[in-house]
Design a protein. Structure first.
Length: 89
């Protein structure tokens, strides 16, 4: 499933909007691609709000294997949140 984050949340989304996106990811039975086209840098705190509950429920590996991103200027921040602060690549 492809989710265009800008269309889903709007251009001026906040950290609390991650809850809406999290529910869409949680309800999906297929792999999810989050497309950040047209958005500048996304704060790490957004990713923490988005993935913290999912990581606790399913584990980091499940999220890393089933959720990917494209057109994200700071994809390293996404990886650090999903894989933990020790992620070095």
């Amino acid at each position: 499933m492809m989710i265009n984050v800008r269309e889903f949340l709007g251009e001026n989304f906040g950290i609390e909007d991650a809850i809406f996106l999290r529910e869409a990811i949680k309800d999906s039975e297929e792999a999810v691609v989050l497309d950040f086209e047209g958005l500048d840098r996304v704060p790490s705190t957004f990713f923490i709000s988005l993935f913290q509950d999912l990581i606790n429920e399913r584990g980091r590996e499940a999220i890393f294997n089933n959720v990917s991103v494209k057109n994200l200027t700071n994809s390293r921040d996404f990886s650090r949140v999903v894989m933990g602060t020790t992620f070095l690549n």
